[in-house]
Design a protein around this ligand. Structure first.
Ligand code: OGA
Ligand code: MN
Length: 281
């Protein structure tokens, strides 16, 4: 029997985990193994009203894999990164507006780092309006293709860039902004990711710029169509945050985005990222 009591939140993505004490996430080996298994099965796990301490959040993530400490300096606890549009709390806040578009984290790394394995967000303050986080399964995105499409798209390669994702929210960048975006190398990924488990997913989202060898507009139209099909409302879990909620997602198997919220909103999420070890191939 599983150690976790879980209720599915939609038919395709998301499950709520009931009755877990924060301490057990930190000190119970069997529980962290069960969390990883439930994450693979459900894409997103929701722990309502958990009130996880930042240090415990980092310890919990350390049981799931290697914690990303590379963005330290934004919060007093190592391994915690505040997500807020308030630039007083996060100097990189302006980049975060790109979270309003569907995306997969880590498709355009500085080097050849793999996309993150999992991400945890805990709500410290919530927006008065908007600011929900939405999730859709990228495994589901592949599974809903016809057999013929699965065949055909298996050969396609897509160029991803930071510029593509930033342009969606800042269409008229200054030359300085453009230079900063372009300092990040572009990455070419297969459209269909065959995971170590054998499962397949589509690699879509804001960073996906164009399809190699296809007419630019035609390729972009295809990327848009695939994203739309993957994120129709009945395939989406939308998390409406309350202070104290913790949500974890499988970044290799879901697309996510934030519903727009006011930049002056107090909304603040504390994020911890578990590093990935599986290249997109
Ligand atoms: C992220 C992200 C969405 C949100 O932290 O990677 O996309 O709702 N966050 O804040
Ligand atoms: Mn993100």
């Amino acid at each position: 029997m599983s150690l976790l009591t879980i209720n599915k939140l939609t038919s395709s993505v998301g499950a709520e985990v009931i009755g877990v004490q924060p301490e057990r996430l930190v000190d119970d080996d069997h529980l962290s193994a069960a969390v990883l298994e439930a994450l693979e099965d459900n894409g997103v796990l929701v722990f309502r009203d958990l009130h996880l301490e930042p240090t415990d959040q980092v310890a919990f993530c350390g049981r799931l894999g290697s914690v990303d400490f590379s963005s330290d300096g934004h919060h007093e606890v190592a391994g915690i990164y505040p997500i807020t549009l308030n630039s007083a709390k996060n100097s990189a806040a302006s980049y975060l507006r790109a979270t309003f578009d569907w995306h997969i984290d880590g498709c355009t790394p500085m080097g050849d780092e793999c996309p993150q394995k999992a991400t945890v967000l805990s709500a410290v303050q919530v927006a008065e309006r908007g600011g929900e986080t939405e999730f859709a399964s990228s495994y589901g995105a592949y599974d809903l293709l016809t057999d013929e499409e699965q065949q055909r798209f298996g050969a396609l390669r897509v160029v991803h860039s930071l510029e593509a994702s930033q342009r969606r929210v800042t269409p008229d960048p200054t030359p300085e902004e453009l230079a900063r975006w372009r300092a990040r190398p572009t990455h070419t990924h297969p459209l269909v990711w065959t995971h170590n488990t054998g499962r397949k997913s589509l690699v879509l989202g804001a960073s996906a710029d164009y399809i190699v060898g296809m007419d630019l507009d035609e390729g972009r139209a295809l990327l848009t169509e695939l994203l739309e099909r993957a994120t129709v409302p009945d395939k989406v879990y939308r998390h409406n945050w309350s202070v104290g909620d913790t949500v974890i997602w499988d970044n290799r198997g879901v697309l996510h985005r934030a519903a727009p919220y006011d930049p002056d909103s107090p909304r603040e999420m504390l994020r911890t990222t578990v590093l990935g070890d599986e290249p997109i191939r």
